[in-house]
Design a protein around this ligand. Structure first.
Ligand SMILES: Cc1cc2nc3c(=O)[nH]c(=O)nc-3n(C[C@H](O)[C@H](O)[C@H](O)COP(=O)(O)OP(=O)(O)OC[C@H]3O[C@@H](n4cnc5c(N)ncnc54)[C@H](O)[C@@H]3O)c2cc1C
Length: 489
């Protein structure tokens, strides 16, 4: 950057949606010099994605942004299916609790509007000393071997910034992705369009989601916790779509699909049409530019994976990008796409299968719709906890009942933070403490209850570490900064 005469930064993040904000929190807490530019002048107020999956909650916990989400989210949101006859069928929440074998402190997906998740991340970013530059649009990008020059439109006029790396977190229509010539391969299903919006409605029980199957397509109203808003979703027919979406038009749809007088929409905050695109980039990196979140993959909302997959992209990328800006080989960045592209591929396939099945059942009888809704999520895949990188790298599970740690009694309390972690089990190796560095590697000596000697030892008082990790005496377990197992030796 030196000598270019224009402001420089190590990383320029384009877009302050949930993905850009996650990456910004991770980079800022690592002390990486980064800027976040956002085209809009104010924060997003639309609910869009409305479930946060267990793995994402673990990520938010590590970043220090989980409290607001836990306080504002709702774990159990049962479903009321309204039959055309006027009868109702009650069924459990369509979100599935993660199976016990994942050992997560956050087994329940939480229902919460995307604006609330973004709020939590933004507040955390500010707390860490980061900022969002509002009303700043990335217009053009030219890259060379050392970095990229990005032209910006700002409220003060046009300017340019020189960045060593640029991350496109600018959503499905990503201008940055287009500027570097990476296509989103796949298809747009013109048949599958959904009206969506945030509305207020009187007289509905807010402790549950309401679903009405109908010949015109099902109508779904989901209460957004800690607000008086409902997210409304219903299939759209392009032939009758008006030029402007209004509350009155949505009311007519509601009357058609739920029956006249069933629900009165009293106001509408945000109304939009959602076209189901099933597309992804075949490469997440071109030179100095990386793609993350919707900029890299878009798919149907079935299974609640869009925002979650994107946040997990950012979390995979953060520590690698930080390491490369500090001198690690840029080859490390290739592992980002190598690890995350297969994840997106699976998410695309699964969410397409789910939306097709749900749409087929939308006009059918309540019993089959009920069965299909029950399969929208599961206790493994949609939680994000089953993701593996390569054949070996699986997520390090949590362990409870550890004693002697000043931090807490969970393994996750020891792992929390931007560093690598080395866990030594029943090891007397005197050289271990010297390996530790405050910023990069923490060493934790965990001993079985019978061998505890005091000092810095952390005692596996209930034998949980032994049960879950099945370590051999003296074994070393190396955990990556993003909570994945790197090596056991
Ligand atoms: C109408 C709608 C409904 C949705 N419903 C659901 C749902 O029900 N369930 C679900 O799982 N997912 C849903 N999604 C998807 C979910 O919202 C996304 O997966 C999630 O927002 C992705 O986050 P992101 O940060 O990658 O992108 P975004 O949230 O799109 O954020 C990108 C940000 O970049 C900014 N930006 C764009 N271009 C530029 C530029 N040139 N310069 C500077 N800033 C720029 C944008 O203003 C935006 O703030 C929905 C999306 C939409 C649009």
């Amino acid at each position: 950057m030196a000598g270019s005469g224009m402001p420089g930064t190590d990383v320029l993040i384009v877009g302050a949606g949930p993905v850009g904000l996650t990456l910004a929190c991770d980079l800022v807490r690592r002390g990486v010099d980064c800027r976040v530019v956002e085209r809009e002048t104010t924060p997003n107020r639309a609910s869009k994605a409305k479930t946060v999956q267990p793995r994402t909650l673990e990520v938010l916990d590590d970043l220090g942004a989980v409290d607001h989400v836990v306080r504002h989210g709702v774990a159990d949101l049962p479903v009321r299916l309204h039959e055309p006859s006027g009868g109702v069928v009650e069924q459990p929440s369509i979100t599935a609790r993660a199976r016990d074998s994942f050992h997560t402190p956050y087994p329940d997906p939480l229902w919460i509007g995307q604006f609330d998740v973004e709020h939590a991340l933004r507040e955390r970013l500010y707390e860490l000393g980061g900022a969002v530059e509002w009303g700043v649009t990335a217009l053009d990008l030219v890259q060379d071997e050392d970095g990229a020059t990005v032209s910006l439109r700002t409220p003060q006029g046009d300017s340019a910034v020189r960045a060593r790396y640029v991350v496109a977190a600018d959503g499905g229509k990503s201008a940055v992705r287009q500027l570097i010539g990476v296509p989103l391969e796949g298809e747009t299903n013109e048949e599958q369009r959904w009206y969506i919006g945030d509305v207020t409605a009187g007289g509905l029980d807010r402790t549950r989601m309401h679903v009405w199957p109908s010949d015109g397509g099902m109508l779904i109203l989901t209460p957004l916790p800690h607000s008086d808003l409902w997210q409304i979703q219903t299939p759209a027919d392009p032939a009758t779509q008006p030029a402007t979406l209004t509350r009155e038009f949505y009311q007519r749809l509601v009357d058609e699909r739920a029956g006249a007088g069933a629900v009165t929409l009293t106001s509408a905050d945000w109304l939009s049409v959602y076209r189901v695109n099933v597309r992804m980039a075949e490469d997440y990196r071109k030179g100095r530019v990386l793609l993350a979140g919707d900029a890299a993959h878009v798919h149907s909302p079935a299974g609640g994976q869009g925002m979650n997959t994107g946040i997990q992209d950012a979390y995979n990328l953060g520590w690698k990008l930080a390491a490369v800006t500090r001198g690690a080989s840029p080859v490390l960045l290739d592992s980002y796409g190598a690890e995350r592209i297969p994840v997106a591929r699976k998410v695309l396939a699964l969410s397409t299968e789910k939306i097709d099945r749900t749409t087929e059942q939308a006009t059918g009888d309540v019993a089959s719709l009920s069965a299909t809704l029950g399969e929208i999520t599961d206790d493994a895949t949609t939680t994000g906890l089953a993701v593996r990188y390569g054949s070996a790298g699986y997520r390090a599970p949590n362990v409870t009942g550890l004693h002697g740690s000043a931090l807490g009694s969970d393994l996750f309390d020891l792992l929390r933070g931007p560093q690598w972690n080395l866990i030594a089990f029943d090891s007397d190796d005197p050289a271990l403490p010297a390996l530790a560095t405050p910023d990069h590697l923490h060493v934790h000596r965990i001993t079985s209850a019978g061998r505890a000697r005091g000092g810095d030892d952390i005692v596996d008082s209930q034998g949980e570490f032994q049960r879950i990790y099945a370590p051999r005496p003296g074994e070393l377990v190396l955990v990556r900064p993003d909570g994945y197992l790197a090596a056991r030796t």
